[in-house]
Design a protein around this ligand. Sequence first.
Ligand code: GRF
Length: 222
Amino acid sequence: MAHINLGVFVSGGGTNLQAIIDASEADKIDATVVLVISDKEDAYGLERARQHDISAVHVPVGRNESPEYAAADQWHVQLLAEYDVDLVCLAGYMRLIGPEVMTTYAEAILNIHPALLPSFPGTHGQDDAADYGVKVAGCTVHFAWSEFDTGPIIIQAAVPVLPDDDGDSLAARILAQEHKIYPQAIQWYAQDRLHIQDRRVIVDNAPPPTILEAIISPGLEI
Ligand code: GRF
């Protein structure tokens, strides 16, 4: 695939969206954000898009399985077609993508989750990891399936959990890694290097793992 068009769905602040826009504008990825969609009218992600002259559309979604939800699903598909979107990126989008979009963009929807899936799915991954007491946490970019936080995993990054961490401090450490791995996953997709085999994603010519931090937690004394 050559240069691809991205449609990004956000519900909140959009720092992952910003990381993708920045990578695109710096020519680090062969991809351009052409459309940003949010279920929340006041999502700052929409404002970020406008600041970069990217079309930003508020699409109210209503309750799951309501007529408004089905209409939003249709509207999403129309918008994605209108903007010639190749790849859908869910970046802090807090609603389930509808069946029409899932079908139209089968194997062309990515999601980022702030935990090392399959641990800690759901909307409070960082708090759940901190509360559970894990020593290593992280984030995951994966192909989206119709259920939340499932789908084949493309890349993960790990960070240590420090003794004084709470959900917020852990979330900030994880978010810094999210901003690195989401553009990378998009670039592999744009280069047509991702192949799904059952649950596994094969990355053509994958570089060896980068050790972001050598984690031995809580630390060895012998
Ligand atoms: C990120 O932690 C993402 O993994 C999760 O929601 C958060 C969105 O952050 N799904 P932002 O809107 O990209 O700043």
